[in-house]
Design a protein around this ligand. Structure first.
Ligand code: DPM
Length: 372
């Protein structure tokens, strides 16, 4: 019917940041496709409910995504906006990353307790307490500031900022600059960490849209906002993590750069305490020859990212950079560091489960005593 708009259903977590990200993507799509209307379906995920454990101690990779992915698979929603760094390098075959949106800041930032206003990490006392549940941030910063104490801090961004300001437990917390800026909290950024101070997480600062693998209509809708530079860097970074079989359970960090002719990926593997590390860089030149173009087999993705409107050979070169870097590290002591870090996080997962079981037993006992 003339004048009728196609309605697209968009899944989102309920957190303020998730909704801001979802609405950013929708606003951009509306600019391009005036004949579409978007309806947001928001839901709570398991990760939103577990607030008392560090993510690395929970032991599941898809805490924030599973419920949304189920809604996608069922057809209840047509696409879901994520922070790409929260999406595992392997997702179910029925789903793909239909586009990667132009990256915001990929760096980490320091947010100070109000009593330290105007200070940088260098100005803090020796025994300062830094709030972060990121093994990657703790490992790299422990190396630089060996006397600091690193404590877990969980919850959505609003909760963390409140904890910092009100609990008097932390001197500072470390968060992604992108998240802080999206929330409009630029004035709380005390310091942005350069890669020489703290390399970032794979895909940090990039938003991605997940949709059904064969859903050509949605893929075509997303194609114009698939950002080539961001996608190529994220393909390289994700290939690196995938080949290492890393995840949020190990301190893996990256820094990538792109020119018209080359992609360069620097990556590091750290021990949990930050005392050991191996860092290396791989640079690859993009082939110019159209003859070098390989045909993609239907449905081929790059760590779940579709190539879409991007030349296949560029994606293949980016992926090769990530894989080569991982393979290079895996023949050094990085393999042992990685294996030991995985062992330690697996142990922490079990300890955390025991702690929770114990807590449940205590609670049940208390309830019994109270009722008798
Ligand atoms: C992942 C990590 C964290 C998030 C681990 C890491 C940080 C956890 C923490 C994989 N996902 O970075 O080493 O600090 O306890 C997350 C944030 C964003 C996406 C918030 C943040 C916003 C920025 C973006 C949580 N996921 O990192 O401060 O879009 O990249």
């Amino acid at each position: 019917m003339e004048g009728t708009k196609t309605v697209v259903k968009v899944g989102s977590r309920k957190s303020q940041l998730a909704l801001i990200q979802t609405n950013t993507i929708i606003a951009k799509l509306k600019e391009i496709h005036s004949n579409y209307e978007f309806e947001v379906v928001s839901m709570t995920t398991t990760g939103d409910k577990i607030l008392d454990s560090a993510l690395s101690k929970i032991g599941a990779k898809d805490l924030f995504t599973r419920e949304l992915e189920l809604a996608l698979e069922k057809g209840d929603v047509d696409f879901v906006v994520h922070s790409l760094k929260d999406l595992p390098t392997r997702i179910v075959d029925s789903l793909v990353i239909g586009c990667v949106y132009k990256r915001d800041s990929e760096y980490d930032a320091v947010v100070m307790h109000p009593k330290h206003k105007g200070k940088k990490l260098d100005d803090l006392d020796e025994n300062s307490v830094i709030g972060t549940s990121s093994l990657r941030r703790a490992a790299q910063l422990a190396r630089r500031f060996p006397t600091f104490k690193f404590e877990n801090i969980r919850g959505n961004l609003n909760t963390r900022l409140k904890k910092l300001d009100e609990d008097n437990k932390y001197d500072a917390i470390i968060l992604a600059e992108a998240g802080l800026v999206r929330m409009g909290w630029n004035d709380r950024i005390a310091q942005v960490l350069t890669p020489s101070e703290c390399m970032y997480a794979v895909s940090q600062g990039a938003m991605a849209v997940e949709c059904r693998a064969g859903d050509e209509k949605t893929l075509a809708l997303l194609s114009p906002i698939h950002d080539q530079d961001t996608a190529l860097q994220c393909i390289a970074e994700r290939a690196f993590l995938k080949q290492l079989e890393g995840g949020c359970s190990v301190p893996v960090c990256v820094c990538s750069t792109l020119t018209d002719s080359q992609i360069s990926l620097k990556g590091g593997v750290y021990s949990i305490d930050g005392k050991q590390s191996v860092i290396d860089t791989v640079t690859k030149t993009f082939p110019e020859e159209p003859a070098a173009k390989k045909k993609a087999t239907n449905g081929h993705t790059f760590s779940a990212i579709v190539h879409g409107n991007i030349e296949l050979v560029l994606c293949q070169t980016a992926e090769a950079a990530g894989m080569e870097l991982a393979n290079r590290l895996l023949v050094t002591e990085a393999a042992d560091i990685l294996a030991e870090a995985k062992r330690q996080t697996a142990e922490a997962v079990i300890a955390e489960q025991k702690r929770k079981e114990q807590e449940a037993v205590e609670k049940a006992k208390m309830a019994e005593t109270a009722s008798s």
